[in-house]
Design a protein around this ligand. Structure first.
Ligand SMILES: Cc1cc2nc3c(=O)[nH]c(=O)nc-3n(C[C@H](O)[C@H](O)[C@H](O)COP(=O)(O)OP(=O)(O)OC[C@H]3O[C@@H](n4cnc5c(N)ncnc54)[C@H](O)[C@@H]3O)c2cc1C
Length: 462
């Protein structure tokens, strides 16, 4: 492709900014990043509180975050944040140790069985499901894998045929049953459901295992995690500062028209002409959101195939509160509440996070899900009240809510559409209307998967 082409990138989150970085590294310098908000980072949002930053969005990474590491190297920064730690409580607010055999004598047989099943899953993923952990979903529903190895930072191209991969379209609970490893869900659920990614009876195994591949899940178990002192937003602010063309903030895109091999973008009242456009912002949002965020099909001259396919995308309603407590009510550590990570407890507090060990002069952040495929969505205010009540039950009552966020979170498709080849169809459309689709739905809703997808998109098409 001609290195001088004019490329418009929609969205200044991890996907959009890293698309800019990888394009620049490959010699494409004629790009423009349009961000609708007055800040970069998207769901990596780290506001200030009494001289330090806390996390309203992304919190952590793992050592296999190769794309995030590329960004760190590009900017000369590193993961220098507070060490994470956590404990567990039951729904009554008692501290428990669910994985400690000595504290759970009656559960010892189950714990031993679980340990065996974790080992078994590890073996199955290496053999029966070879190729499962590539970034993105190309070929999976057809029993193929195609992409770049995630075994190490080199990310060599790999491809192959493996009909078993079709099992990844099943909801994760069914996938586990099929393979006789149901108990492993007790481990995988912590960094999945409480992190807002939905429930195992509704989310295809592909999303669960591509994000929580065996190694990554073990890093969560061993708390071998990265954080950033200035917050995850700082990674993307640093990248923005190092790009030749930083994102243009407060860009309101009114219209995108694609005709005669050109892309016309009406932004803040002016029409701009480009050759190609990369969309990292949401492709489809079913109902109008209070925060004004809309999907691409609403402001593009969307074609029928785009409308049909993108209307299959659903997303999670994930709510974050930042609260103050009295010093004597401050939690001594972060807590997970497994009892509340089931659909029957929709809207209840699943995890709450204490960021700094050395001070009580900080906010605590809380996390709850309001939606399950088969249940009525819980109203935002009802959920907020439930979470605040739960904090009282946990013996850490809040005095004040200082920040709150209802997030457009983890766009994904359900099992039927996954099995019907949704990803193959969308991948076949890449470039068709001088348009490329990137961002969370194309891989998975975490910082690294989405930045890695942008890397591979640039590698594949530019
Ligand atoms: C509470 C929470 C906890 C999380 N925890 C973690 C974690 O610990 N680790 C991890 O790796 N990830 C975590 N994530 C997920 C991670 O933050 C996201 O997956 C990642 O930010 C996705 O990057 P993205 O660029 O694809 O999308 P986004 O971050 O959503 O960025 C999209 C950008 O596009 C902009 N935009 C939208 N519409 C338009 C438009 N019409 N025009 C122009 N711009 C537009 C948005 O304003 C936004 O800046 C968490 C997220 C949340 C909310």
């Amino acid at each position: 492709m001609d290195k001088n082409i004019r490329i418009c990138i929609v969205g200044g989150g991890p996907a959009g900014l890293s698309a800019g970085m990888y394009l620049e590294k490959k010699g494409y310098e004629n790009y423009t990043i349009l961000e609708r908000l007055d800040r970069v980072g998207g769901k990596c949002w780290s506001p200030h509180y009494n001289g330090r930053r806390y996390e309203m969005g992304a919190i952590m990474g793992v050592p296999s975050y190769y794309a995030v590491h590329d960004v760190e190297e590009f900017c000369g920064i590193t993961h220098d944040g507070p060490k994470l730690n956590r404990n567990y409580k039951n729904a009554r607010g008692d501290v428990i140790e669910p994985f400690e055999p000595k504290k759970n004598i009656l559960k010892i047989p189950r714990l031993l069985k679980m340990k065996k099943q974790v080992k078994r899953l590890g073996e199955l993923l290496e053999t029966k499901y070879k190729g499962y952990d590539l970034n993105g979903h190309r070929g999976v529903s057809e029993g193929r894998y195609e992409g770049f190895s995630q075994q190490n930072a080199k990310r060599e191209p790999v491809s192959g045929v493996n009909p078993h991969l079709k099992d990844l379209a099943l909801p994760f609970s069914e996938f586990c049953k099929l393979n006789g490893v149901e108990l492993i869900q007790d481990i995988w659920i912590g960094p999945f459901t409480s992190f807002g990614y939905g429930y195992f009876d509704e989310i295809p195994a592909a999303y669960v295992l591509k994000y929580l591949d065996f190694q990554t899940c073990m890093n969560f178990v061993k708390i071998n995690l990265w954080t950033w002192k200035e917050g995850t937003q700082f990674i993307w602010e640093s990248l923005n500062d190092h790009l030749k063309h930083p994102a243009r903030l407060n860009s309101h895109i009114e219209k995108v028209e694609r005709k005669d091999g050109k892309v016309y973008v009406t932004v803040n009242g002016e029409v701009e002409e480009y050759d190609k456009i990369i969309v990292t912002a949401p492709l489809y949002i079913p109902n109008k959101r209070a925060d004004g965020q809309v999907g691409m099909v609403d402001y593009f001259d969307a074609r029928e195939d785009e409308k049909t396919l993108f209307s299959k995308i659903d997303y999670e309603r994930y709510d974050v509160l930042a609260v103050e407590t009295k010093p004597e009510d401050h939690p001594e550590i972060s807590y997970y509440v497994f009892d509340n990570m089931v659909p029957e407890k929709l809207g209840r507090l699943m995890v709450y996070y204490r960021r700094w060990k050395d001070t009580k002069d900080q906010v605590i952040t809380t996390y709850a899900l309001r939606k399950h495929k088969d249940k009525a969505e819980i109203d935002y205010d009802v959920c907020k009240k439930m979470v605040l009540d739960d904090l009282k039950t946990m013996h850490n009552p809040a005095t004040n809510v200082v920040n709150e966020w209802s997030v457009y979170y983890f766009p994904h498709v359900f099992s039927k559409d996954y099995a019907d080849g949704w990803y193959e169809k969308v991948e076949a459309m890449q470039g068709k209307y001088d348009t490329y689709y990137a961002g969370e739905v194309m891989s998975f809703g975490d910082m690294d998967e989405t930045a890695e997808y942008s890397r591979e998109l640039v590698e594949r098409f530019f």
